[in-house]
Design a protein around this ligand. Structure first.
Ligand code: GLN
Length: 295
């Protein structure tokens, strides 16, 4: 089989399986395994394809045609202009989440605080913590993650991007985790951080029962936000406030229908300046606010 015939075969396999971006996905798979760009393919389309590589490419195309996510097949995906290792243990970084990163970077730019301490809860691949640390170089970053399956990706992504982000393994719903922030020097009070950021699991029970095929391969523990999807927002807003400075920033990614509910929840749990920010598709995607000073 020639390179040209192989590419046509992949493209037609994905098209027949109704893969929406079949051309893009075919190019990505072809490039990844055959190590050939579009231009190189044009130049070498009549050359005989390497048999082993061609078999591997066809295998991936078949997997993709069954709805397996492209990002997991490639093993690497871009977020905020940086590369992240991805696989079944972690949620795939989404462009929508870049809005959350933008907001936090913007906040610290305007606050004239170039060395904030930032804690990312439910960190997963680490895409939020790493891109914040990359763009606010003097920030002190901590990533909190419970999943043992996600942990190798988090570790690799911090290294891959040459960043210094501390990892805490544990459950953000468990108050004992705050002990990691106990400050011995100030008579055992909690250390106070400048920002808590999180893209927690936020799908409702109804959404969990009707996932797009691709999403069924992602970890349910990174998606399932309880019956109304708000479980993590309730706990994080209250519990993690303990380690947030007065006027510090709490910034969440949210599901597109959760803006008002999360805003209300934050207003009721001691935050002010609570804003809902839209993503590029015009959907509510981020809610952020500042902690009211404690009396
Ligand atoms: N954005 C993801 C989805 O819609 C959900 C991510 C999350 O729950 N944090 O599939």
């Amino acid at each position: 089989m020639t390179n040209g015939e192989l590419f046509e075969l992949i493209k037609n396999t994905l098209k027949a399986a109704d893969i929406e971006d079949y051309l893009f996905d075919s190019k990505c798979i072809f490039e990844d395994i055959m190590h050939m760009s579009g231009t190189e393919l044009m130049l070498h389309k009549n050359d005989i394809a390497d048999k082993a590589a061609a078999d591997k490419t066809l295998k991936l195309a078949k997997r993709r045609s069954e709805g397996y996510p492209l990002q997991y097949l490639l093993g690497e995906w871009e977020f905020y202009g940086l590369k992240f290792k991805v696989g079944e243990g972690v949620l795939i970084p989404r462009p929508d989440t870049e809005v959350l990163v933008d907001e936090v970077i913007g906040f610290f730019g305007s606050e004239n605080n170039s060395s904030p301490e930032i804690v990312d809860l439910c960190s997963g691949s680490g895409c939020i913590a790493v891109s914040l640390k990359k763009n606010i170089p003097d920030a002190k970053g901590t990533a909190v993650e419970i999943s043992s399956d996600a942990m190798p990706y988090l570790v690799k992504n911090i290294r891959l991007n040459d960043t210094d982000v501390k990892i805490i393994k544990g459950d953000v719903m468990d108050g004992r985790l705050l002990e990691n922030f106990r400050d011995e020097e100030s008579e055992g009070d909690f250390r106070q951080v400048d920002c808590i950021v999180s893209n927690p699991p936020y799908l409702t029970a109804e959404e969990m029962s009707d996932l797009q095929t691709e999403v069924t391969f992602e970890p349910a523990s990174a998606l399932d936000g309880g019956h109304d999807g708000l479980k993590f927002y309730r706990v994080i807003s209250c519990l993690w406030k303990e380690i947030l400075k007065d006027n510090g920033l709490l910034a969440f990614e949210i599901g597109y229908e959760q803006g008002e509910a999360v805003k209300e929840l934050m207003l009721n749990t001691g935050y002010y300046d609570v804003k809902i920010i839209k993503d590029l598709g015009g959907n509510d995607r981020v809610v952020l606010g500042r902690k009211k000073a404690t009396q």
